[in-house]
Write a protein that binds this ligand. Structure first.
Ligand SMILES: Cc1cc2nc3c(=O)[nH]c(=O)nc-3n(C[C@H](O)[C@H](O)[C@H](O)COP(=O)(O)OP(=O)(O)OC[C@H]3O[C@@H](n4cnc5c(N)ncnc54)[C@H](O)[C@@H]3O)c2cc1C
Length: 152
């Protein structure tokens, strides 16, 4: 997928494979915000500027951007998440792993009862699961806690 950036470029906004925003999702033009598929923002969990195409992220970023338009000054620091239904296979995915050096499988993929942990240098970057909703939620909380500790 490639975001359509022509309008943003014409308007003079900073772009980098998406419309660049800060942690408040505010673009290089004060008062103009970017949210959802088009936005690249500094993600506290990966330490990188990322752009993701997930429905829930677009919703949550829309909420944060709206609040910040009203002056709330709220950082977007949610752990990225999506779920997707493929016929009778629902997949939950939390975190963000563009590359990894290890995938640890817990459970049985064929039996549709599993958790896959995508790791780099021993650190869990993302977790994908099938019919393991609790494990997925626990992984999300652990990622939230890890980034709080890192920022302390
Ligand atoms: C086939 C497919 C399957 C997907 N499945 C999943 C899934 O299973 N789970 C998941 O989490 N995510 C999924 N996604 C991704 C998810 O749909 C997107 O992340 C989400 O819709 C992004 O929302 P958005 O508001 O940022 O962008 P969009 O939903 O693309 O909305 C942007 C809107 O802006 C409008 N627009 C564009 N340019 C202009 C303009 N110049 N003026 C006015 N309006 C304009 C567009 O017409 C569009 O309505 C899927 C996407 C696709 C394409």
């Amino acid at each position: 997928m490639r975001p359509r950036l022509a309008l943003a470029e014409k308007a003079g906004l900073a772009v980098d494979r998406g419309v660049t925003g800060n942690e408040y999702l505010e673009t290089s033009a004060p008062g103009i915000f970017a949210a959802g598929d088009i936005a690249r923002w500094p993600d506290v969990h990966t330490g990188s500027a990322i752009r993701v195409e997930h429905w829930v992220v677009a919703e949550r970023q829309g909420q944060t951007a709206s609040l910040n338009m009203l002056g709330a000054h709220e950082k977007f620091d949610a752990v990225t998440f999506f779920w997707s239904q493929h016929y009778d296979v629902p997949i939950n995915y939390v975190g963000h792993a563009e590359s990894w050096d290890e995938v640890v499988v817990d459970g049985d993929i064929q039996a549709r009862d599993c958790v896959l942990r995508f790791k780099r240098s021993g650190r869990v970057l993302a977790v994908a699961s099938i019919y393991r909703d609790s494990d997925s939620l626990i992984a999300e909380v652990e990622m939230e806690r890890a980034s709080v500790q890192t920022s302390l």
